[in-house]
Each structure stands twice: as C-alpha cells, then as structure tokens.
Design a protein around this ligand. Structure first.
Ligand code: IVH
Length: 722
C-alpha cells in the first residue's frame, strides 16, 4: 500500500492519472482558470482528508490506488501551473500531523518518504536522473543498485544508546512523530538490547508490519466474537501500534524489518546499503532476506516482475519494491529533495484494492438451504482479475460492513483469495440511500426464510426448493463427491427443468432416449456422461457421504465414518452417541449425520442407490499401527517414493490427518521438490517442524519426529546482502 503523502518523481507523467490535468494542459501558458484553481483546492482538501484518515486515524476510506491518483492529478496541475503550488500543498509534505495520544518526538534527521514509479519508463527516467546526478562520465558505468521489498506496514524509528532501546517513534509528518516506545518494546522481534558491537548511538529505521498468519488468526477471533473483520494487515498493524495499553500491542504479534539508518555515532565505516543491512543484522536486528544487488534496470525489472508474481508466497504483505543506489557515498552525493531521497525509488505493484459501485445485494441459496447475501458490483479489475460478484457472508456481516446498494465500495482481491468487499466510502454515499434488509422470503421458492436462534446464517427450510435441489445435485456430482465429469451446473439445471432428475439418486436412472432428443446432446457426449456416471458407482463410501452434503460433514469425518462401519445401513442404524465416539467425528457432526439418516430424503436416496448398484460398502479398517493418531501432517512438493495422494493415504491409514494447509495445529510439514512457498514459510513462521522424505518415512514407521538441531547462533548469520 502507498504511504500517504508520497508522490511520484515524474510530476508531469500522465500515466494512470485521473482526469482534469490532461484537459488543462493546452492552456498551460495562460495561467489557471477558475475551474482549475477550484479543482486544485478540492484535491488539496481531499488529499488532506484522506491523509488524516490514513496516518492519524488508521481508518483509510479509499484504497491507495485511488489516493495515488488524487496526488498525481494535483501534481500534474501544479506542474502545468506552478503558481498553484503552496508550501501547505500536500505534494510538498510527508504524512500528516502527529496525533495528541502519544508524546511528540522531533526527528533529528527528517523521516522522508519515497518517490514512486508505476511503470518501467518511470523507473528508467529515475535511473537517468541518478546517472546524470552522479555525473559518472562513462555512460556505461554501472550505478549499482540494491533491490529491496517494499514492506506494507508502518514506518518506525528505533533509537539505541549503548545498545539499549531508548526510544521508538512513528514518522508522523516526517519532522515530528510520536513516542511509541512502550508499545514497540513489546514487539518480540525488535531487540531491546543489541548483540554484537553496537555503536554508542544508533537510529535504525524500518517497517513494522503484521504477518499474514497473525492477521488471519486475529480475524478468526473477531469473527468468532461476532465483531467486524479487520480490513488489511497494514491498517491493523497501525491500529495495534497506537493502543494505549502496551499489552494489547504486545499480543498482536507485530514484526519488523530494518531498511535504513537515521542518526549514528560511531560504528564501522560502511560502503554500501548492503553492508549496512548486514551490519544491522549482525546486531540482532531483523533484516529482510529478499535483497538483490543488481547492475542494470533490466535486472531491477526482473526482480520486481518476480515479486509481482510471487508476492503471495511471502508471509507478509508487500506493495512493491524499493530500488536504492547501493554505494552510500553515491547516496550522499545525490542527496534529497524536500520530501524524498534522490537515490531511491519505490516501484509500486498494481493495486489489490479498488473502489467500484455496489449495484445490488442479492441472496443465493446453497445446498443446505443457507441463504448467502452477495454483492453485485460494477465490474472492476483488481488483483489481476475482473471482479463482479463478492460474497457478503451473512446478514450480520452486511450490517457490520455497513454497505448499501448504490454505495461506492472498496473491493479487495489479493492473489488466489476470494474477492472481498471491505466497506463503503461514506463520503460518496448517495443522499437517498437506504439500509439493505435481508429478504423475508427465498428468492427461488418464495418460502419464508428462517434464522435459527443463535445462528449467524439464515435458511430456506423448504426441502423442495429448486435452488437447493440444483446445488445439492451439483455438489453430489462435484470432484469432492462422486466426481461425475460433465454433470456441471448447466446440465443439472437442464435435467431438472426437463424433469429427468429430481434428486441425486435419479442420476442413475436417467432416461437416455429423452436426453438424446435434447438440443446439444450428440451420441458422444451421451456416451461420455453415461460412462462418468457408471464410474461413479464404484467410488468409496466416503465420497458418497461427502456428496450427500450433510451439514458439517467434510472429507475427514466422512472417511472416519466409512472406516468405522461395514456399510451405509450399519452407519444409518448407529446412534448419535455411537457416531460421536468415533475419532474424527464430534457431537456436531454426529447430530447432523444422525438427523440426515432419520430424514425421508435419506431413505429414498439410499433405496435409489441400492437399485442402481452404487457402492455402499465401508472402507476396510486400517491394519496399520495407529502411530500418527492425533497428529496432523501436511505434505507439499513432490516426493520420490510417494504420489501426493499416496503420501496422504499413508498418513491417514496410520490414524493421522493430512489437510491442505498449515496452521498452529500442524504437527509437521513434509517437504518434497518444488514445495509451495507459502506452506514452507508458514511452517517456519509458526515453528512447525519441516521434514524431508527420509524423516517422513521414519515418522510413518515410528510416529517419531526427528530431534531438532541446536538453535543457530545469531553472530554466525549469513551476510543478508549476498
Ligand atoms: S527506504 C528516505 N526501504 O515505504 C526513506 N522504505 O512509501 C527511506 N518502506 O516511508 C525509505 N519498505 O515506510 C525503504 N525496503 C524499504 C521499505 C520502505 C517499506 C516504506 C517506508 C517509507 C515508505 C515510502
């Protein structure tokens, strides 16, 4: 995310900027007309307002991309009409004034911002200015850059005296920040005493951030408490830092990466940014390992392209790269403008948050009858794809997010994560907007919707509801269920509409002569679909149980049930207590399974499956010793001796669980060739043991984890600049 108050180097560049500036360029020699002057004033007020919301209130209302567009528009106007520039203009300042909550701290050396580049030409223009500024003579002489990640957090200055942390301050307006020492002292990764040989005075600057795993856990807790989710890790880190009670900050799991120096007295002579960071690391300060010294802009672009693609493999958020002239003597000779150093530039990634119009809020009905509200959006390109629909989860979430049809809303789409509506831009709410109310009736069958006591969700309880039938049958045929290829949404809808099926059991008694008369069904597609349906009859019972869509029953519980009973009749005859006693099946699943088997639907479906010859036999109980009982082992990457499914089966038959993601509950992560980087980093972050294939085989045989190696010595850490 952009640091509010920062501005691009190339003030006259129009790339990606908003409206007014281009329209006024032709009148540049004539001086600004009233409209232009008015727009400049409006932009200043808007930028000040959003700066205040971002820096002082930690409650930004618009995404950074929109904020950057406002700054660029004002800069372009000021470039066309320099008489519009005032010392108070936000283009001339960094950040916003400090708030009254924390004591003010005057920075001995101002904490500057960075100029931004949004495209390769802008980056090249910066490199040319650097080369000119250094006057290297030989045009081919490499400048030498250090590429760093641009951490999306909160800038912080740490003062050490004789190696002890004596003061920590925010950036504030760049000259005066806030004293947040008590809060920073509780951030585990920030040393309160430096190791190695610290100089008498050392001011380290860097970014405080919230790791993604911490952010996710915090939001889980919020949701469990019925509270609104936090919007993003950056704002949550900022909010956590400003707590009056340092214990709350300490509980938030914040982290820090160092990226530069302020005032320093003593210490070694340092040649380069890279050696400076290595020195900081040698004293126990966290330095981000993803550094790359490069010679050319092509290599800079390769670095930024790589991280643009892999940004979500990291355990924290970044919003770009920072490119710095590596040699410190050259940095000094280039110096700074009033706001930003000339020797560095932030190369910003395309935004993952955007604003768009919320056209409508509609409700969809799932297979259990769950009524889920979702946002219908004016299509917006964000986070690499066009987003038009986004879930709003349930009626409480709509109320907490305070969104209404007609609102301008902030939409976030980060990597593979499903798009999310974060909230409205209240200043743009239409005067005639009205609160959205959850509908009283099902949009598909018009039956009354019911919200059970104590439940967050609302349901259509009409078992004959066509929307439920559709999604139930789709789910039955889906990959996690009976995996019937070719039986997707549109065919299920067609077969239902034609009266060829009414429930999942009817899939096995389709009248194919009638299908042959339907438009779009040639002999080949009929043969393929029949073969897929036939093959599904032989799937394990666990797939059938998952396919039935029994509430709360997922693949792990279904496998446990299939292993525990000879067949579906034995399972159906079991009492709730017997079910709950099975490892992997709790009381909630047991109640839900028992009540499904007691329903009329169950009797009808099971009868149809029997007639069709669908496999209803349970799985052979495992004859392996249950050495992994109670353990959760995640597999990532390719192993030599096991396929992925084979490795997971080997874990499960020994009583273990093998889910697809790493969490605090994970016992170990098995890593093969080309592992998923996010699983690996998450395991490392959470301190979960990482096993190679040999250790995995040992674990399968004995249930034992290898003994951990002794902790590495801080002094012996590799030079992070290499
Ligand atoms: S160097 C003179 N390096 O981005 C300013 N800043 O948008 C020196 N940031 O204020 C800043 N990662 O808070 C630098 N590797 C990095 C950074 C970084 C994040 C932040 C920093 C800065 C803001 C500018």
């Amino acid at each position: 995310m952009a640091k509010r108050g920062s501005s691009p180097t190339t003030g006259t560049s129009q790339a990606g900027t908003a409206t007014a500036s281009t329209a006024t360029a032709s009148t540049a020699t004539a001086g600004p007309d009233a409209l232009v002057t008015e727009r400049a004033g409006e932009l200043r007020a808007l930028i000040d307002y959003h700066n205040e919301r971002y820096h002082s209130l930690d409650a930004p209302e618009i995404p950074d991309a929109d904020f950057d567009a406002l700054v660029r528009e004002l800069q372009a106007l000021e470039a066309d009409y320099p008489e519009l520039i005032t010392p108070e203009s936000p283009t001339q300042r960094v950040g916003s004034a400090p708030s009254a909550t924390f004591a003010p701290v005057t920075h001995a050396m101002p904490m500057m911002s960075l100029d931004n580049a949004f495209s390769r030409p802008e980056l090249e223009a910066w490199a040319e200015r650097v080369a000119r500024g250094l006057d290297l003579g030989d045009a081919a002489a490499p400048v030498g850059y250090l590429c760093e990640l641009k951490i999306d957090g909160v800038a912080c200055s740490l003062h050490y005296e004789q190696g002890r942390l004596v003061l920590a301050a925010t950036r504030g307006n760049g000259r005066v920040g806030e004293d947040i020492t008590a809060n920073v002292a509780g951030i585990g990764v920030i040393p309160t005493r430096l190791s190695g040989s610290p100089p008498p005075v050392l001011e380290v600057r860097g970014e405080i951030y919230m790791p993604l795993a911490t952010f996710a856990a915090l939001n889980e807790a919020q949701e469990a408490a019925g509270l609104p989710r936090y919007a993003n890790p950056r704002n949550t880190a900022a909010g956590s830092l400003r707590q009056k009670d340092p214990a709350i900050t300490a509980s938030r799991g914040l982290a820090f990466w160092s990226y530069g120096l302020g005032v320093v007295e003593g210490g070694p002579h340092l040649e380069s940014q890279g050696s400076m960071l290595a020195w900081l690391a040698s004293m126990g300060l966290p330095v981000n390992p993803e550094l790359r010294p490069v010679a050319t802009i092509d290599e800079v672009v390769a670095f930024t392209d790589h991280w643009m693609e892999h940004r979500h493999d990291l355990a924290y958020e970044i919003d770009g790269a920072v490119v710095k002239v590596d040699r410190l003597a050259r940095q000094r000779s280039l110096g700074s403008t009033a706001k930003a150093p000339r020797w560095a530039i932030a190369y910003k990634f395309p935004p993952e948050e955007r604003t768009t119009k919320l056209l409508d809020i509609q409700v969809s009905i799932g297979r259990t009858g769950k009524a889920t509200p979702f946002a219908v959006l004016e299509p917006v390109f964000v986070g690499g794809s066009t987003v038009q629909l986004a879930t709003l989860h349930n009626s409480d979430q709509v109320a907490l997010k305070n969104v209404r049809p007609g609102d301008t809303v902030v939409v976030r789409k980060a990597g593979d994560v499903i798009p999310e509506v974060l909230g409205p831009v209240l200043t743009e709410r239409p005067a005639d907007s009205v609160e959205w109310l959850f509908p009283a009736n099902c949009p598909a069958c018009h039956h009354e919707l019911v919200r059970p006591e104590g439940e967050a969700h609302t349901f259509c309880v009409n078992p004959g509801c066509p929307a439920q039938r559709q999604t139930r049958i789709e789910h039955f045929a889906s990959r996690g269920g009976m995996d019937i290829e070719g039986m997707g949404e549109s065919r299920v809808a067609l077969f239902l509409a034609e009266g060829l099926i009414g429930d999942a059991g009817d899939i096995y008694a389709i009248n194919w002569d009638r299908v042959a008369q339907l438009e779009g069904f040639g002999q080949l597609s009929i043969d393929n679909l029949r073969a897929a349906i036939e093959a599904s009859k032989h799937r394990p019972l666990a797939n059938l149980l998952v396919g039935l869509g029994i509430r709360h029953l997922g693949p792990t519980g279904a496998e446990a049930l299939a292993r525990s009973f000879a067949d579906i009749d034995a399972l159906g005859a079991a009492s709730e207590e017997e079910l709950a006693a099975i490892d992997g099946v709790g009381p909630t699943i047991a109640r839900s399974v028992a009540s499904w088997f007691a329903s009329d639907d169950a009797a009808v479906l099971i009868a149809k499956f029997k007639v069709a010859g669908v496999n209803l036999e349970g799985a052979e109980p495992s004859d392996q010793p249950q050495v992994l009982a109670g353990m959760t082992v995640v597999v990532t990457g390719t192993l030599d001796g096991f396929s992925r499914d084979g490795a997971e089966d080997a874990i499960k038959v020994r009583g273990g669980k093998s889910p697809g993601s790493v969490s605090k509950k994970t016992t170990a992560v098995v890593v093969g060739a080309e592992p998923g980087a996010s699983k690996l980093t998450k395991a490392q972050d959470l301190g979960v043991p990482v096993l190679d294939e040999a250790a995995f085989v040992h674990l399968l045989e004995t249930g034992e984890l290898p003994t951990p190696p002794p902790a590495p010595e801080v002094e012996g850490e590799a030079d992070p600049s290499t």
